[in-house]
Write a protein that binds this ligand. Structure first.
Ligand code: SAH
Length: 219
């Protein structure tokens, strides 16, 4: 691994170990999720000026009014997504920095990710290339429409909050698949887990969360 990926001081593996310790204290138990988060250099996904804060348990700005989600939320959502088993094909709506994408790419067979802000998508693409993660397909589009071409998906993760779950995403769920999505139109939302069964959908509330809104159109 080169120097930048490896990190030093506040971006070193030692600092990541402390982050993992915290995640365990916060109730994250899935061994594969913890392992991948230990090994993934989160600092390359934030601006250089913020690198030393990359392993704090907080969301950080990534430009364009967007944020990289806090480690706890990334871990929790990933854990919920993997609960029914390791998904073959995942759809992520809201690539952002690409950090969540990188975590998923190391746990699922293929990841399809959609982002509406082009420069963010490009930056995320470079980070995934630096990590040599090749099982990710990216699309510059409004993810409220999902990504029909590769549907249905075994798992869908949405990292921006709509007021209501977009019907296209429900349609693109495979049977016995799972979707994790923050829902609500205020500053605070509810994280929901939706399971598609043989006969319909079951939704369950997980915990209150704060996400940026899911916005229409592309930039
Ligand atoms: N998982 C990302 C979270 C980024 S914040 C990370 O950890 O970095 C949410 C992202 O969703 C932003 O980049 C925002 O531009 C994107 N987004 C918002 N509405 C969207 C939409 N309709 N389609 C695709 N992406 C969207």
């Amino acid at each position: 691994m080169n120097q930048r990926l490896q990190g030093i001081g506040m971006t070193s593996r030692r600092t990541r170990e402390r982050m993992i310790h915290r995640l365990k204290e916060q109730g994250i138990t899935h061994p594969a999720v913890l392992k991948v988060m230990l090994e993934t250099p989160r600092h390359i996904f934030v601006e250089e000026a913020l690198e030393s804060r990359a392993y704090e348990d907080t969301a950080l700005p990534i430009g364009f009014n967007q944020t990289i989600s806090q480690p706890y939320i990334v871990a929790r959502m990933t854990e919920l997504l993997l609960e029914p088993g390791v998904p073959d094909k995942v759809l992520e709506v809201g690539t952002g920095s690409g950090y969540q994408t990188a975590i998923l790419a190391q746990l699922a067979k293929r990841v399809h990710t959609v982002e509406r802000i082009y420069p963010l998508q490009q930056r995320a693409r470079r980070c995934l290339q630096d990590l040599n993660l090749r099982n990710v397909r990216m699309k510059h589009s409004d993810g409220g429409w999902g990504w029909e071409e590769y549907a249905p998906y075994d798992a869908i993760i949405v990292t921006a909050a709509p007021a209501e779950i977009p019907p296209a995403l429900l349609e693109q769920m495979a049977r016995r698949s799972v979707m994790v999505i923050p829902v609500g139109d205020g500053r605070a939302q509810m994280l929901k887990r939706v399971v598609r069964t043989e006969v319909g959908y079951q939704a369950e509330e997980v915990e209150p969360v704060i996400f940026v809104p899911l916005l229409p159109g592309v930039v």
